[in-house]
Design a protein around this ligand. Sequence first.
Ligand SMILES: Cc1cc2nc3c(=O)[nH]c(=O)nc-3n(C[C@H](O)[C@H](O)[C@H](O)COP(=O)(O)O)c2cc1C
Length: 193
Amino acid sequence: MLLVQVILASTRGGRFSERAGRWVLERLETRGDMEIELIDLRDYPLPFFDAAPPARTLRDYPSAEVARFGRTIDRADGFVIVTPEYNHGYSAVLKNAIDHTFVEWRHKPVTFVGWGNVGGARAIEQLRLVTVELEMAPLRHAVHILPDVLVPALRAEEFDPSMLDALTPRLTTMADDLLWWATALQVARASES
Ligand SMILES: Cc1cc2nc3c(=O)[nH]c(=O)nc-3n(C[C@H](O)[C@H](O)[C@H](O)COP(=O)(O)O)c2cc1C
């Protein structure tokens, strides 16, 4: 089965991304047509990037912690980046993690779940531009959690993933698209080697 990694792109205390990530994970697992793995950037603490360009060094990792992150990303066939929007951009912790790697993302599809005043649209648009540089296939279909759904889910003392279920049809479209691209690109990658 294809492996899809759901990446939590916020590491701050009290983060909403944990709630969004739980919803994404549970709903994708229920489909049963992809293997789903949660990647929490809190579990991959990395120094600020200051090494040689990974586009040149490839899998010649400068440290064990970068190797651990790189080898994790390498395993996946596709990604869902669960992203906050900070000052109209995506998080620094995600950019730092991306800059430590390169070839591990290559020729794989990526889609996004974002939230905020405009559903994280500005962060997601930036990520589409950046992931093209990694030779990824950023997808059209994404999930934007707008304030009408976001605020009750953000404020709830007891979060239940069903609080985001108004967006499940969007998530389904996104996941169908991701599976199509992941399947096609897995075949294409296999023919390269
Ligand atoms: C530093 C910072 C900047 C923010 N900038 C934006 C923004 O530009 N647009 C937006 O919609 N929300 C913005 N917010 C509010 C976030 O959408 C909200 O805090 C959300 O919970 C962040 O995701 P997280 O909790 O997973 O970190 C910002 C929050 C922080 C902490």
